[in-house]
Design a protein around this ligand. Sequence first.
Ligand code: ASN
Ligand code: ZN
Ligand code: CA
Length: 334
Amino acid sequence: EFETIHAGVGKGRFNGEVSLGSTLDGDVYELTDAQRGGHRTYDLNGAVGGTGTLFTDADDIWGDGDPANRQTAAVDAAYGAQQTWDFYQDRFGRDGIADDGVGASSRVHYGNNVVNAYWDDDCFCMLYGDGENNANPLTALDVAAHEMTHGVTSATADLYYYNGESGGLNEGSSDIMAAAVEFFTDNPNDVPDYEVGELIDINGDGTPLRYMDQPSKDGISQDYWSTDTEGLDPHFSSGVANHFFYLLAEGSGQKTVNGVAYDSPTHDGEPVPGLGLHNATNVWYRALTTYMTSTTDYAGARVATLQAAADLFGRSSEAYEAVGNTWAAVNVGP
Ligand code: ASN
Ligand code: ZN
Ligand code: CA
């Protein structure tokens, strides 16, 4: 029996026509990405447990852009895992989620009308619901990168996931790396942005799930740390981390965010410069994978990112100073 590595062509819902890693087993192609740890994509066919059925195909052309085609969600999920793997590999030399070369799996068509997607440590897999009326799979690139980054966080800082600050930092890390994956993916249909889940239309009115430039635009998330941060659902206390990251990348003052002019404020009224997304991503990744632990809170994240900035740029650098000032900008002090 021979298995050979192939590059298939897929058309998902969200990313246009993409190239996908596939494997030829006998005379059938499998959605197994041998170049990325053997990442496999499965059809759960409405189940909420089990592995599902590996996607196979006769001609290595997958999906057609219509969610009614079972392969369409699979294309997006496989593409999201592929781009996120490549992002971690190319940017940081990270060899997969656990940095051991082992691929995860993506399992689509999870449950009935499930309007969510998940990372699960137990199956080392991503799970994707089909959305309302099973017609809107939640397989956008930033969602996939968010879920896969939960796996990276589990394998590194292992930030404890609860309604406390480490939970918010866990969620924020997923949003931050998802934004970075989007930015560094050459993707014709999904414009780089500081929004999370802008393509899945989870609110039914075209608005994204979360905003990093001003997290409070969702009505609940926090722009600045406060004594209320502890006790908040991680998807909202993440606002402090997301806003820190936005300001560290883009800075304060007059900005254009998704085509809209916006005066990006700071908590203390002091301006922060913005180091660019590339540098901000490097600082966060190093802090997450080298210095944060399961109990890191926002004060600890400040210390961790300062240590990361010292490693990357030096303790007397402008970047180091900017990291400290940007934490002050979201009301996290020494
Ligand atoms: N999609 C959500 C997340 O990744 C699932 C959850 O709430 N656990 O955070
Ligand atoms: Zn999450
Ligand atoms: Ca996005």
